[in-house]
Design a protein around this ligand. Sequence first.
Ligand code: BTN
Length: 249
Amino acid sequence: MERDIVGRDLLIFPSLDSTNNFCRKLLNSKVVHEGTVIWAHHQSKGRGLAGSAWESEGGQNLTFSVILHPFFLTPSDQFYLSMVSSLGITEFLNEFTDNARIKWPNDIYCDKRKIAGILIENSIIENTITDSIVGIGININQTIFGSHIPNPVSLKLVTGEHHPLKSRLESLCEKIDHWYFLLKQGKKAEIKNRYTEQLYRFNEKATFRHNNKVLTGTLRGVDGVGRMMLELEDGNTNHFNLKEVEFIQ
Ligand code: BTN
């Protein structure tokens, strides 16, 4: 099993529509080494979760995608790809600050503000994940954001310092590689435990929206398929899928 694969091949573009779209086209046209990273200084059509747009000032931030071939993982375990990417990002950020956390399922927050987002697109053939495109957007040096973006923050706003993008990308790739390697070794319990510890509002009471109703509960972690486990006020713990529940605060 190889280590240090993430970022070994790094392709840098001044501008792309979306690094995830570019990776899809690349995978459709040829065999791509696992760990290849596609980084664009500017994206004209950066994509976020649920069809939203990912807005990022050109040249100021990291907007890139990592290509993985997690043949060893079954589709029911695909949330582990989100866990290892989120852990790589929080570990990277926590070298500069103490308070980067994972807001379930895969937003990265510093204090109460969003600093990074992840868009993972998997190709599944029969019972195998043949390709995974892990698209990551991290606000690094941007200090002014559009008023319509809820609660944004950047590493520069958190640390007060400007950060060199390429070396930050390299160190981030190392962290993702570390967690992906543990996944390849089958260390799922270790990954899930660490992910749980790093969850924003873990073991705290919070309010959530579910079926147009407001729920109060305590976040107790995630289950093996990545559903959020919420202990409700009646003492029962319910498991919620991605689309079933949304944090209010
Ligand atoms: C989200 O929080 O909504 C996910 C945002 C993911 C953005 C990244 S930027 C690099 C990659 N290319 C894209 O088009 N999107 C992802």
